[in-house]
Design a binder for this molecule. Sequence first.
Ligand code: GNR
Ligand code: NI
Length: 165
Amino acid sequence: MPGQGDTRLIDTMAILQILEFPDPRLRKIAAPVSVFDEKLELLIEDMFATMYDSQGIGLAATQVDVHKRLLVIDVSENKDSPQVLINPSFKIIDDEPVEYDEGCLSVPGFYETVSRPAEIRVFAQDKKGDQFELMADGLLSTCIQHEIDHLDGKLFVDYISMLKR
Ligand code: GNR
Ligand code: NI
């Protein structure tokens, strides 16, 4: 987990409360991050702590009632590959639909198959504000699209047909 071995961060890291469906705050549209300061770094640390604590593979700021465009992700087996994406956007590279059984920390106990584009190119900033890009396919692609949806006030249950719901 990031921050381990750093006394100051351990002292200040917090597990944040995750909003749950149908909380209307999950429908807010997050605003771009414009200030890259220590307060932002502490929020990122808390978001990682919260995500690992609840055994999620991703967490969007919206889910912890912070309506700013950032998300944290770790899709690795050993939970040792934290990634933070600030002001993320993506371009579809391969629109072949790929199905995953999705779950969401904000919709506990509910799982459903969702189709999303197979491969995307992601554009984002890191915690210092530096721009970077990455290619994503498989679970990483699905997870990044799921998290960016949160920043736009969308939930995976929105994709499920009225009939099934
Ligand atoms: O932990 C999570 N697992 C997951 C599985 C399939 C597709 C998306 C996800 S994201 C989810 C954590 C979460 O709710 N992030 O917003
Ligand atoms: Ni989610």
